[in-house]
Design a protein around this ligand. Structure first.
Ligand code: IDP
Ligand code: MG
Length: 156
């Protein structure tokens, strides 16, 4: 089971889309094991987006991400990182396929509603950054037996 870091960006919070986006992950069967609202500091935004430093959109990205509160989630499931990235859609709202979060709710290329870790290494690093003070729950769901097939060596 993987745990991935999802951020509903300032535009998602301001536009009142938190509930709709959370519902997509819940209905998919993924397990939300951590959730909190926070305002991202300049330092945290810089660390989180360090790989983009120097790119033309970097300053605008940091300004955007620190401009208003965000909702941060830890989401768990088999292959959760890839599943969440697929559900998010392509980076640019203008290009993202209908049916994806970015494709259904946005048209902007920079205000694209959601962040999701893009690899196991990124997920581990980002979980450490955003849930450093704990807050990830051990959640046993009664419905788990109907979400995964537990008749195999590992849940399928
Ligand atoms: P991702 O969020 O789909 O992983 P990245 O390429 O890692 O996309 O870029 C991080 C974030 O930077 C994007 O989600 C978007 O908000 C912003 N961004 C990326 N490329 C551009 C661009 O060309 N113009 C404006 N903003 C961009
Ligand atoms: Mg990325």
């Amino acid at each position: 089971m993987e745990t991935t870091l999802i951020i509903l960006k300032p535009d998602a919070v301001q536009r009142g889309l938190m509930g709709k986006i959370i519902t997509r992950f819940e209905e998919k069967g993924l397990k939300i094991v951590g959730m909190k609202m926070m305002t991202i500091s300049q330092d945290l935004a810089g660390t989180h987006y360090a790989a983009h430093k120097g790119k033309p959109f970097y300053d605008g990205l940091v300004k955007f991400m620190t401009s208003s509160p965000v909702l941060v989630m830890a989401i768990m499931g088999n292959d959760a990182i890839t599943i969440c990235r697929k559900m998010m859609g392509a980076t640019f709202g203008s290009k993202a396929e209908p049916g994806t979060i970015r494709g259904d709710f946005g048209v902007s290329n920079s205000f694209n509603l959601i962040h999701g870790s893009d690899s196991p290494e990124a997920a581990e690093k980002e979980m450490g950054l955003f849930f450093a003070d704990g807050g990830v729950q051990k959640l046993d769901r009664a419905i788990e037996q109907w979400v995964y097939d537990f008749g195999k060596a590992s849940p399928e």
